[in-house]
Design a protein around this ligand. Structure first.
Ligand code: 2P0
Length: 325
């Protein structure tokens, strides 16, 4: 039995498009901040008497798509480890259900870490990042603490995330809508690659943004990091809006938050907005400004002032090794 914890991450340079759906290789690299809030905790218990993997999520037996993804992931773990045993997987999310924050990133980062330990696969961060990627692309980044770069790579071996030095930053998350998204990221990403006339331009722009972002991080240039973050997020939503049929994740309230963030900047408070595949907004700030930004944006919805968090790691469950269960 192994238990691991992991946190979601928010991308400053987004991943939106795969070049290999089986190996889960992204069309371009991306860069993110792993958070210190909304932990996922996952326990993997091998049980040779099981004929199928069982998956319990937030206290209830799961029988849907999430369970199928967990089983497909564990099939890969069994193939690699040579251990054919099925497992009980129990997972809990701290993020409020339905707020669009309980992410597949923290979920598969925790599962990869717990499963690697339970099945005896390599436990170094790069190996777990490659493994987590197979569950969900963005999970590759939640293995890593703080700011992580996920290299597009040229195959399974070279597509993993690693830490990168960056200045101190915080995120103010504004929760605008608790409903489940209409189109999953995975489906919307596929539709974008298949139908957007701007897809190739988007991928080239992402490569350029990533290069600029890496140099801004190395230089400790918060202003440049923020500008790239906001413009890259809006480019992602633009390419998503250009699909056939069109998809729009931002709501009128999301756009109002982008405007409010612009107003904060004109007052001299450096804040930059980004959004993923849903209406909620995350605002990048310097540590000294996050409380002010959180107060100002609290008129739009519930706010969470979050900082950089740890990478996915095994949790000591307090059981002596080899103790009978
Ligand atoms: C990101 N997102 O970079 C982007 C920005 C959402 C918007 O990665 O198909 O759940 O499991 O690899 O990682 C969400 O997509 O997709 C995502 P799969 P994933 O954070």
């Amino acid at each position: 039995m192994s238990t691991a914890r992991a946190f979601p991450n928010l991308a400053l340079v987004k991943y939106w498009g795969k070049r290999d759906e089986v190996l889960m290789l992204p069309a371009a690299g991306s860069l993110s901040l792993t958070l210190d809030t909304f932990e996922t905790r996952t326990t993997v218990t091998l049980d040779p008497s099981l004929r199928q993997d069982a998956f319990e999520l937030d206290g209830a037996e799961n029988t849907g798509d999430a369970r199928d993804r967990v089983r497909a992931f564990l099939d890969l773990v069994r193939e690699r480890s040579g251990n054919a045993s099925h497992a009980h997987v129990t997972s809990t999310n701290e993020a409020p259900t339905g707020a669009g924050l309980a992410s597949s990133a923290s979920g598969f980062a925790a599962l990869a870490t717990a499963a690697a330990a339970a099945y005896g696969l390599p436990s170094d961060a790069a190996a777990r990042s490659r493994l987590a990627r197979r569950g969900s692309g963005s999970a590759a980044r939640s293995i890593i603490p703080g700011v992580a770069i996920w290299h597009a790579g040229d195959g399974d071996e070279t597509s993993f995330a690693e830490p990168i030095a960056a200045p101190e930053m915080r995120m103010v998350i504004v929760i605008l809508d608790g409903t489940k998204k209409a189109v999953s990221s995975r489906d919307a990403m596929r539709l974008t690659a298949l139908t957007s006339p701007f897809y190739d331009g988007w991928i080239r722009a992402t490569e350029a943004s990533l290069e600029s972002m890496v140099s801004a991080c190395r230089a400790g240039d918060f202003t440049r990091i923020g500008r790239i973050t906001e413009s890259h997020a809006l480019r992602m939503h633009a390419v998503i809006a250009s699909t056939d049929p069109p998809i729009r994740y931002l709501s009128p309230a999301s756009v109002a938050v982008f405007d409010a963030v612009g107003a904060l900047r004109s007052e001299g408070i450096e804040a930059y907005a980004t959004a993923d595949a849903g209406p909620n907004i995350a605002v990048l700030t310097r540590p000294e400004d996050s409380a002010t930004v959180a107060t100002r944006l609290s008129v739009f919805g519930r706010v969470h002032d979050v900082g950089p968090g740890p990478g996915a790691e095994l949790v000591d469950t307090g059981e002596p090794p080899g103790a009978p269960r």
